[in-house]
Design a protein around this ligand. Structure first.
Ligand code: ZN
Length: 583
């Protein structure tokens, strides 16, 4: 197993070894042997700790390779090594699984619970259900298919203005202030998707069938509960989500519609308002941050210095040690992420800056994740360092809003223009995210649907969650093609609803900090509450974490409604058409 040193200067210069399956296997077998030979509680706990160290080393090496691979998907070495890991991980799961079984069947259960907590055992039980050696070939197939999709999307090059641009690089033109540029850019992007419709449809169809097979082989009715278990969801179930989605339709969709109607009015295209017009929130263009990447990073240093000393320390660490790769480049995988490398005790932030306000959101959102990783780094049990994704996204999305008072740093006198846009976008996002979730439930409940039927289902559901959209001039979207562009649907099934749950909680943080700022200079209390949640990591269940941090659960009535009415009060303090006039 590769050894790592936490005292590195330049993240990108850390040497990575070629993945070696035999070596991993032998290391795990050694731990299994140690476990079997353990004759006391101490020896058993030591074996468990050794298995933690192995898991950490494995995930550090994997993440390092994955970081390099996503920075340049054309790099042959990392491409190959990444593929090797796709093969290795499911095989290693077999040994990890054996260790889990040994832990669960250990005569020293009491001592194990004392040392690592009850939740550790509960999580192992759920994890155990999600794996069996007999599904290894299918897991490998699943990994291969998701990689195929990622490679296809990141290889996309669109010729525009004499340049060859990747899909994320087109983002800037797709939301251009100039309507003709917007129309052209969006048309080109949609053409790429239309040209790859069949290919993506095939990959996804194979994936749905593979995932369903895995689920039934493991004894599940279909893939849905398996996906929930894989995500380690221990606090809520399918039925809770169903009711949650209904609440979104009741509480949030009307609010989102109102925002979209006002937007339509501001834009002034009347009944001719097209889907691509909604990409600009203001007629005068969306607020753009001032300056290039280095400038934005510098402003972010100031932001965190003003907000909180812990934030400042960790943000500076990331930048000074090259633990970020921020700019969009050809060959780079799309999207943005934060990943934690336990043996290096640092997170890494990956994004595709493209000159939009989304760049600022990366500096707050991904850093929110990173901060939590730093704050929970000393939690001994790897799987308890971070909570379920719905709570992880609370760390990130709430940071976006906690940074609101300092947005002048990025947007100068347009800070209000950004703030209103940001809050409104959060509200319009929730129905979309819920739609993504609803769609996935339909897909995996009916795995035999054809590609065409899936698209029809998407189009049908879209009318519930986003009734105002106009796809008249975009048959690809009208026929329900949008979901193919949502890479989570392909690569991280059932993850998306977590964003919406977290978004509602982040709005709760927004409301509290705005209220606090009415009477004090800094929203310190709100910030403390936020840090408390982050520091708890994943040491508690969803409901317990929310309770311990005094956060209202958006799945429980009437919390969603309450947050919605508080946000409306904040929205009403802005005058979007005035903001639009300020150029
Ligand atoms: Zn996130």
């Amino acid at each position: 197993m590769q050894k790592f040193d936490t005292k590195f200067e330049d993240f990108l210069k850390i040497e990575v070894a070629e993945p070696n399956f035999e070596e991993f296997k032998n290391d795990y077998l050694k731990v299994i042997d140690e476990f079997k030979k353990a004759k006391s509680a101490e020896e058993t706990l030591q074996a468990i700790r050794d298995s933690f160290a192995l898991d950490d080393a494995l995930s550090t090496q994997y993440s390092l390779i994955s970081v390099h691979h996503t920075i340049d998907t054309r790099d042959e070495k990392y491409n190959k090594w990444n593929d090797m890991f796709d093969e290795i991980i499911p095989q290693i799961s077999e040994y990890g699984n054996k260790i889990n079984e040994l832990i669960l069947n250990s005569p020293y259960r009491k001592e194990i619970v004392e040392a690592f907590g009850e939740l550790f055992i509960k999580k192992l039980q759920v994890q155990l259900k999600t794996f069996s050696p007999k599904v290894i070939p299918l897991l490998q197939e699943e990994n291969k298919l998701t990689s195929e999709y990622t490679k296809l999307i990141s290889s996309a090059l669109i010729e525009y203005k004499g340049q060859k641009l990747s899909l994320p690089q087109m983002g800037k033109y797709c939301s251009s202030k100039s309507r003709s540029e917007r129309r052209k850019a969006n048309k080109l992007v949609l053409k790429w998707w239309k040209d790859h419709d069949t290919e993506v449809g095939k990959i996804f169809d194979k994936l749905v069938k593979t995932r369903t097979k895995i689920a039934t082989k493991l004894g599940y009715k279909n893939f849905i509960q398996l996906a929930y278990d894989r995500l380690g969801r221990t606090g809520w179930n399918e039925e809770d989500v169903k009711q949650y989605r209904e609440q979104v339709v009741t509480n949030i969709v009307p609010l989102a519609n109102k925002i979209l109607e006002q937007q339509k009015e501001r834009l002034g295209y009347g009944d001719d308002t097209q889907y691509y017009d909604y990409k600009i929130f203001y007629k005068s263009g969306n607020p753009q941050p001032k300056g290039d990447k280095d400038k934005l990073v510098n402003q972010a240093r100031k932001l965190y210095k003003q907000l909180n000393s812990e934030c400042s320390k960790y943000f500076n660490f990331l930048i000074d040690h090259n633990c970020v790769d921020l700019e969009a480049k050809p060959g780079k995988a799309g999207g943005g992420y934060e990943t934690y490398l336990p043996c290096l005790k640092t997170p890494f932030i990956f994004s595709n800056f493209n000159g939009t306000s989304g760049d600022v959101d990366v500096l707050t959102h991904e850093f929110g994740h990173a901060l939590q990783a730093f704050l929970s780094a000393d939690i001994e049990v790897p799987m308890l360092r971070s909570p379920g994704y719905e709570v992880c996204e609370m760390h990130s999305m709430s940071m976006e809003f906690l940074a609101h008072p300092k947005m002048e740093l990025f947007f100068g006198n347009k800070a209000d223009k950004y703030r209103y846009y940001h809050i409104a976008s959060a509200l319009t996002f929730i129905p979309y995210g819920t739609l993504v979730d609803h769609f996935q439930h339909e897909v995996y409940e009916n795995p035999k649907m054809t590609h065409k039927q899936r698209k029809m289902k998407w189009a049908e559901l879209e009318k519930i969650y986003n009734p105002l959209i106009n796809y008249d001039k975009a048959p690809f979207l009208k026929n329900g093609g949008q979901w193919m562009r949502q890479h989570h649907i392909v690569t991280s099934p059932f993850y998306y609803i977590d964003y919406t749950i977290a978004q509602i909680v982040s709005l709760e943080f927004l409301c509290e900090s705005y209220n606090e700022l009415k009477t004090s200079e800094k929203a310190e209390k709100t910030f403390e509450k936020y840090l408390k949640l982050s520091k708890l990591g994943g040491t508690m269940d969803y409901k317990e974490l929310l309770e311990a941090s005094n956060i209202k659960d958006p799945m429980v009535k009437p919390n969603q409604k309450d947050v919605a009415s508080e946000v409306v009060k904040i929205l009403d303090t802005f005058n979007p058409s005035e903001l639009d006039k300020a150029r």
